[in-house]
Design a protein around this ligand. Structure first.
Ligand SMILES: Cc1ncc(COP(=O)(O)O)c(C=O)c1O
Length: 388
């Protein structure tokens, strides 16, 4: 069949040499995947079982990243989502239904709280927020219709390390599933499945991506039934991860160990320096005794990453805390973390129910890959602006 040049634009006979031995996983983009015959067309989401059916369920680039994250977390199945918050939503939508109840730590990532109070509540799912340091005391909060207990360790901003084994034991005694937001540990500094957690999720946006330029999430499970529910829900919700972002995350994985090691030692040095400052009441870094749950961190974690908070002694107004943050030159002001750039955000947690009385005196830092001494000098000059 002769083809017009217009047809050749779509159906080309051009050939290239085969066998390119790249070290990088190719970036396969795609919505349509080609079926071998009319009879083989199927809209089945589990591409590990049936082969490729549709880009929504993952191209080979997505599946490669999913398999790598799964291997690192010692799971059985990993599903990727277009962001960490999408992973949180997918878990809740897949595993809860009207009439169910869940328990969420008061220290949880704020959009996770908002999902529960503003959206899931409209669909008949009720939520109670618990003290992240509750440990086995969580038993008394479990109700007959409790289906899910969320953990996030350490907690967002206030950094409480949770007693996962105690919470899991209490939950499983009542047939309740436990989900862990394991983003802070990058899925490698805390081996969640050895603590019998049922579902882990990560914002790959943070340390796996590592360069503040992607949005990606992962959900990992060991249980086949949970995987089926999550996969089926992802299909109908339609939240696909971008293959380009997966490709960047695959690249990020290769340098994760050295980035984490450098970030850990810099963050520790800075946290210790901040502990010695007269303006600072508390350094909430899990590897420091001043952090709630420090003993649990020592027991359960293999190391620390680079996000921690400082609480100023009573005195500065919110404007003075803002002045401190604004005076920082190397630390940029911005959400998200886990990249190479140091960040600082001031919070007023007085507005969040059940939070410690730090009010507007808390600042969260993300330590990046700049020289530690320069970051300390930056903090030192900005502390002068606190003007207490
Ligand atoms: C602990 C935690 N979980 C989940 C998320 C959500 O991740 P994403 O920004 O990829 O939606 C974040 C983002 O800051 C986070 O800090």
């Amino acid at each position: 069949m002769t083809k017009s040049w217009k047809t050749r634009l779509i159906h080309s006979d051009a050939k290239i040499p085969q066998g390119y031995g790249s070290l990088a996983t190719p970036t396969y983009r795609g919505s349509t995947t080609i079926f071998p015959s009319a009879a083989r067309v199927a809209d089945t989401w589990d591409q590990w079982r049936v082969g490729y059916t549709y880009g929504l369920y993952g191209t080979p680039t997505n599946l490669e990243l999913a398999a790598r994250v799964c291997e690192l977390e010692s799971g059985k199945h990993t599903i990727l989502t277009p962001g960490g918050q999408a992973a949180i939503s997918l878990i809740n939508l897949a595993l809860l239904q009207s009439g169910d109840h869940m328990l969420v730590p008061a220290s949880v990532y704020y959009p996770n709280r908002k999902l529960a109070t503003r959206l899931l509540s409209r669909f008949g799912v009720s939520t109670d927020f618990y003290d992240p340091c509750i440990g086995s005391g969580i038993s008394s909060l479990i109700q007959d219709h409790t289906r899910l207990i969320w953990c996030e360790s350490p907690g967002s901003i206030t950094m409480e390390v949770q007693d996962l084994p105690a919470i899991v034991a209490a939950a499983h005694a009542r047939n309740v599933k436990v989900v862990l937001d394991n983003t802070w540990s990058a899925g490698v500094l805390l081996d969640a499945f050895t603590h019998s957690v049922d579902v882990t999720m990560q914002a790959l946006t943070k340390y796996i991506g590592g360069h503040s330029d992607i949005l990606l999430g992962s959900i990992t499970v060991r249980d086949e039934a949970l995987y089926q529910r999550l996969g089926a829900a992802q299909q109908v919700i339609g939240c696909a991860a971008s293959p380009d972002d997966c490709s960047l995350a695959l690249r990020g994985l290769q340098s994760l160990a050295v980035r984490l090691a450098a970030i850990e030692s810099s963050a520790l040095a800075i946290a210790r320096w901040l502990s010695s400052r007269p303006e600072v009441a508390l350094v909430l870094h899990p590897a420091l005794e001043s952090c709630p749950g420090h003993e649990l961190w020592k027991r359960d974690f293999l190391g620390s990453s680079g996000v921690f908070s400082i609480v100023f002694k009573p005195g500065p107004t919110q404007e003075q805390v803002f002045a401190f943050v604004d005076a920082l030159k190397l630390f940029k002001v911005g959400y998200s973390w886990g990249g190479v750039t140091s960040l600082a955000v001031a919070y007023d947690i007085g507005r969040i129910p059940g939070r410690p009385p730090y009010e507007h005196r808390i600042v969260r830092l993300n330590i990046g890959l700049e020289a530690t001494a320069d970051l300390i000098s930056d903090l030192e000059q900005a502390l002068a602006k606190l003007a207490v």
